[in-house]
Each structure stands twice: as C-alpha cells, then as structure tokens.
Ligand binder design. Structure first.
Ligand code: NAD
Length: 422
C-alpha cells in the first residue's frame, strides 16, 4: 500500500508472517513503524528510538524506523485521531512500537489504545515485571518479583457494552432482565446503569495458550489463572474452566500439568512431573495478597481484561512504578510494544520523564523478532545506568545517592553504556 502522509524509508523491508507455520520472517533490515505518542511521549519517543537503534547496531542488526501518527500528531496532519493509514501501516508491517496516547475525558471519545488493540486483534497484553538493581521500591525484597502478566485485551467489561442510567436503553435492558429473564428482585429501584461482561471460549483459550507457550519457551515453572469465578461463575469462572481445559487437553502431561482443585487446595502434596509447567487457578482477591506476601512463588499470570489491568499495575508498583514498566500487545503474527504508563500531561515538554518503560518495551519487540542479543544488551545497559545513579526525576526523588538528569541525558548515558558493553 502507498501512503498519503507516512514516509516509507528507502531501505529495509517488511516483517512477514507464515500463518500455517506460525512463523515470522524477519528481513536483515526490518521497517518498524513507531508512534512517538502524546504528552511525555514527545519527550521519550525519539530518545527511546535512539537507544533501541544503538542496541540493534551494537549487536549487528539494523532498523529502518517509519514514523506513523496517532493522537495529537494525527490531528495536526490528518484532522483525525487514528488515521486509517496508521492502522494499515501497523497491520502490514506486523511489529510496531508506540508511546502513550491521551484519552480525553468525556463522552464520545473512544480510547485510541483500546481501538488499536481491538482493530488489530491484539488479544494478549503482556507485561514482564522484574526488578532492576538501583530502582527504589516499597518492598523489603523487590528482587523476588519476576512475573509476566498476560491480560486478555479484547473482551470483558472493556468491550464497552453499557447503558447510562436514565436512558431508554437502560430501561429496556432492565425490563428484559427483570421480566423475561426472571430476575425481578435483584435490581434496585430508580435509575440504574447497566454493563455487560462478555467472556468467550475463544478469547479465554487463545490467551491461556499464549501464556502456557511462553512459560514452556522461557523455562517458567507455573502459569496461574487469576479470576473471580466464585462470584461470576459464567464469565470469570468459565475463564478458569476453559483455561484448565487448554492445559489438560492441548499439551502432553509431562509438559504441562493441570493442577487439580488448585483454587481450594495447596499443591505441595501433588506429584508434578519434573520440568512440567504447572497450571493452577487463584482467586483475584487472594492473588493480590499472594503477590506481595509470596512473591517468588509466581511466574506467569493469565487473566481476563479487568483483573489483568489491576494486577499488572499492582505488580508494577512492587518494582518501582510506572516510569520503568514495559509492555506489549500480541496477536497472531503481530506485536505492538507500548509502555504501561500514559501521557502524563503534567510532565510533558519538560525533558524530565523517564524513557525506561518505552526502552524496555522495545526489548519485547526485539525478542519477538528473535533479536535476543539486542534485548539483553538493552536490559544490561539500562540496569547499569540506573545502578550508577544516573536517573530521571521519578527515581532520583526516592534515592539519596543518585543524580537527577534530564530524559535526554539519561538516554545518552544508556547509549554510552550500550557501546561500552557491546
Ligand atoms: P499516566 O501514566 O500518564 O501518569 C500518572 C503519573 O505517573 C504521572 O503524573 C507521573 O507522575 C507518573 N509517570 C507516568 N509515566 C512516567 C514516566 N515515564 N516518567 C516519570 N513519571 C511518569 O496516567 P494518567 O495521568 O492516568 O493518564 C494520562 C493520560 O494518558 C490519559 O489521557 C490516559 O487515558 C492516557 N493513558 C494512555 C495509556 C496508553 O497510551 N497505553 C496508558 C495509560 C493512560
């Protein structure tokens, strides 16, 4: 496809995907679309791009970046928030990275982030949460945190099926539920807002499959399905049942062990095959406790959308917060890397925000295209830089032994470290 306003780099080629073999074909110089983002995205986007280029080059790779536009930059150029050619460019090139996009508060404005994830069917939001030496944390042993959360990205209450109190639609749904479905005594009198929570077999199973495959490929011991199935039996509970079905039916027993009755019983007594990944269930409320009290017992968590939103942020807090928390969205043969944080308008344009989360999101993209050497180098360089005390304001204010530097100076220090380590 030719684009109207997107400039396609002259060198480089597209990453492609063989669906039947479920394999990516990565050219020597892939073209990678990038959205720098709104707010602090404008500060951290270009410099994170420089850091990722430096790591690629230092490990013998090459990237052709292709800037694409969404949010404020798209409004300026196209007079719309999410141009069709941005979505097409990401769809065609298979892998991309984006900074944060602002969602103005108010009616009629759909989150661009949710729109991108749903349009491209990026069904798994993956956030590795691990401790970096030198980052201030509220925990006594923050280094015990090394979890990867898999959050279902396309359904649950995020499907956006809801009706405002006082509208005809809300009244119609209420009368249907009360009269036709015989729930006549559960709704309160007066105006009532109503939402639907769809959770499907397809959506649940493909997410759990991703989590189990990840655990197998990365030598993790457990996959924990986190839900609230004791209360919401036919949505959250069903997620747990479908997830356990995947574990039981789709993998050999010596590779994946589906723990029986794990919601209610300790698994210590069970004979788990050596080297098998154990798949178990936990209730979401209990899991929020275990995450803090028994941090080192958990590896990979797989969750419906809302639980995933809560639990991944809670896990991020344990290792020092938003400025360093990376993420990526995956679909079939697709990856859109993006940090957990938003556009933090209060800090925008000051060259102060922490680019680490966006830089580390780039690691996930590197791993996805098989550039593990570049990914490891990024992590080592970031960790060394933070440990040496060169940090942005968010980390500096929690440490006595660190020097606060601008976003740009910090990124330059990471690039220097990349060159030293390579
Ligand atoms: P936010 O993550 O933008 O900021 C919350 C606070 O965290 C900031 O005030 C700042 O103190 C701190 N912070 C965040 N990122 C930081 C960084 N890189 N370095 C240093 N400090 C950092 O969350 P918010 O204020 O709730 O949201 C602002 C806007 O971003 C909203 O429009 C929201 O919809 C949007 N948002 C977008 C995404 C996304 O693009 N995926 C994610 C979350 C929020």
């Amino acid at each position: 496809m030719s684009y109207d306003k997107i400039e396609v780099p002259e060198g480089g080629a597209k990453v492609s995907y063989d669906e039947a073999a479920d394999e990516l074909d990565v050219p020597d110089t892939p073209i990678i679309p990038i959205i720098h983002g709104d707010g602090i995205g404008k500060d951290v986007g270009p410099i994170a791009q420089d850091v990722l280029s430096a790591a690629a080059e230092a490990t013998g790779h090459d990237i052709e970046w292709m800037e694409v536009y969404a949010g404020e930059s798209a409004r300026e150029m196209y007079d719309e928030n999410l141009p069709e050619e941005t979505v097409e460019a990401i769809r065609e090139h298979r892998v991309a990275i984006k900074g944060p996009l602002t969602t103005p508060v108010g009616a009629g404005f759909r989150s661009l982030n949710v729109a991108l994830r749903q349009t491209l069917d990026l069904y798994a939001n993956v956030r590795p949460t691990y401790y970096l030496d030198g980052v201030p944390s509220p925990m006594k042993a923050p280094e015990e945190m090394d979890m990867v959360t898999f959050r279902e990205n396309t359904e649950d209450v995020y499907a956006g099926i809801e009706w405002e109190a006082g509208t005809d639609e809300a009244e119609q749904v209420r009368s249907f539920v009360e009269d036709e479905m015989d729930f006549d005594d559960v709704m309160h009198d007066g105006d009532i807002g109503i939402g639907l929570k769809p959770i499907s077999e397809k959506g649940s199973k493909r997410l759990v499959r991703e989590a189990i495959d990840y655990a197998i490929e990365n030598d993790r011991d457990t996959v924990t399905l986190v839900h609230k199935g004791n209360i919401m039996k036919f949505t959250e509970g069903q997620f747990g049942d479908w997830g356990m079905e995947v574990a039981e039916e789709e993998y050999p027993d010596d590779e994946v062990f589906a723990a029986p009755d794990s919601l209610w019983e300790e698994q210590d007594e069970v004979d788990i095959p050596e080297d098998a990944v154990m798949v178990e269930e936990r209730l979401a409320d209990a899991m929020l406790q275990w995450m803090q009290l028994r941090t080192d017992e958990f590896d990979v968590l797989a969750m419906p959308n809302l639980n995933g939103d809560y639990l991944s942020d809670a896990a991020g807090a344990q290792i020092g917060g938003l400025g360093i928390a990376p993420g990526a969205n995956f679909g079939a043969g697709r990856c859109l890397a993006e940090p957990v944080h938003g556009s933090a308008p209060k800090r925008a344009g000051q060259d102060k925000a922490n680019p680490t989360a966006l830089i580390l999101s780039g690691r996930l993209l590197f791993e996805y295209i098989g550039w593990d050497d570049a990914s490891t180098l990024v992590r080592d360089a970031v960790e060394d830089t933070i440990e040496s005390g060169t940090v942005t304001y968010d980390l500096a204010r929690q440490r006595d032994d660190a020097e606060e530097v601008s976003s740009t100076t910090y990124a330059e220090a990471v690039i220097d470290r990349i060159e030293d380590l390579a």
